[in-house]
Design a protein around this ligand. Structure first.
Ligand SMILES: Cc1cc2nc3c(=O)[nH]c(=O)nc-3n(C[C@H](O)[C@H](O)[C@H](O)COP(=O)(O)OP(=O)(O)OC[C@H]3O[C@@H](n4cnc5c(N)ncnc54)[C@H](O)[C@@H]3O)c2cc1C
Ligand code: FES
Length: 280
């Protein structure tokens, strides 16, 4: 069946990370920093949420890592291919205000969502310090774009093959030791967001994290994205995805992320066997 959204460009950015520019004028017109899309490649596919990483005219950009069936299928699309459904922009946009000095911290593929937030904050007159962390140099993405979007950018890799040897949390600690921060955004794997947000907690620095629980409909109907924030149940798709980092129950989030591991494994096995089913 003919899809409705045309892929204009597909580029590998690093090992297992891909960038797609997709023509979606009505989404591009309304998209804000911090929001996301729900994508279904074809009528038999499962829906997956991906952050809106950039907007250019009628085009929206997504950047994703191949971790399972749908992201692996998405990585096979090239210019001219089409995507069946895209819903968005979803979620609440980033709270962009004049804070003063802000840090925007991206870890791994979470860096995908960092430049659009940095640019929005800078557009409000904030001084923005970008902090990027990746496992190793081949996994670092969007460094140049972050340099163009921030006043200063600091880079770390776990193995020291690019920038400082260490973690984004170490660089954030150094920034806080040298100057006052008014607000911080952290986007990355749940464990990275948990550890990194502990750096700002003792100083009471306002800190936002962009949560990535399992999502199905993305519209607040199914409850699969529920997370505990400040002791209350919140739905990341409609109440978030950005929340006050110091209120988030990260252990609960991580345990719910592992809920479908067996189903996800089976879906990948079917994909490899050439029997793509209808998803979970
Ligand atoms: C608001 C939001 C924004 C996101 N933005 C990005 C992005 O910009 N780039 C990117 O690479 N990834 C992003 N993710 C994660 C992405 O949605 C999952 O990697 C994707 O759904 C995996 O689908 P799959 O079929 O390839 O893998 P699966 O086989 O379904 O799962 C493989 C792994 O991904 C995790 N996962 C599965 N489904 C989801 C889901 N719906 N949400 C979160 N994690 C899931 C599982 O825990 C598992 O470890 C985002 C998630 C959320 C909630
Ligand atoms: S994804 Fe269904 S309620 Fe949020």
């Amino acid at each position: 069946m003919m899809g409705l959204y045309r892929v204009e460009e597909s580029v590998p950015l690093s090992e297992r990370v891909f960038q797609l520019w997709i023509r979606a004028p009505h989404i591009a017109r309304h998209a804000g920093a911090g929001q996301f899309l729900v994508i279904r490649i074809n009528e038999h596919g499962e829906r997956i949420p991906l952050t809106i990483s950039a907007v250019k005219g009628d085009l929206v950009r997504v950047i994703f890592m191949t971790v399972g069936k749908t992201t692996t299928q998405l990585a096979t699309l090239g210019a001219g291919d089409t995507i069946r459904d895209i819903v968005g922009p979803l979620g609440k946009p980033t709270e962009v205000k004049a804070y003063g000095t802000c840090a925007v911290v991206g870890g791994g593929v979470g860096i995908a969502g960092a430049p659009i937030i940095a640019r929005a904050l800078r557009g409000k007159g904030n001084r923005v310090i970008g902090i990027l962390g990746a496992r190793s140099a081949p996994f670092m993405i969007l460094e140049d774009e972050m340099r163009g979007s921030c006043d200063e950018v600091l880079v770390a890799t776990d193995d020291g093959t690019m920038g400082r040897k260490g973690f984004a949390a170490d660089l954030l600690r150094e920034v806080i030791a040298r100057e006052h921060l008014d607000a911080t955004w952290i986007i990355g794997p749940a464990i990275m967001m948990k550890v990194t947000s502990e750096v700002t907690r003792p100083l009471g620095i306002r800190t936002f994290v962009s949560l990535n629980p399992i999502m199905v409909d993305g519209t607040g109907m199914c409850g699969s994205c529920r997370v505990m924030v400040g002791g209350k149940t919140r739905f990341a798709c409609v109440d978030g995805p950005e929340f006050d980092a110091h209120q988030v129950d990260f252990d609960g989030l991580m345990s719910r992320q592992r809920m479908y591991v067996d189903e996800e494994k089976r879906a990948m096995e079917h994909l490899h066997a050439g029997q793509c089913g209808a998803g979970r």
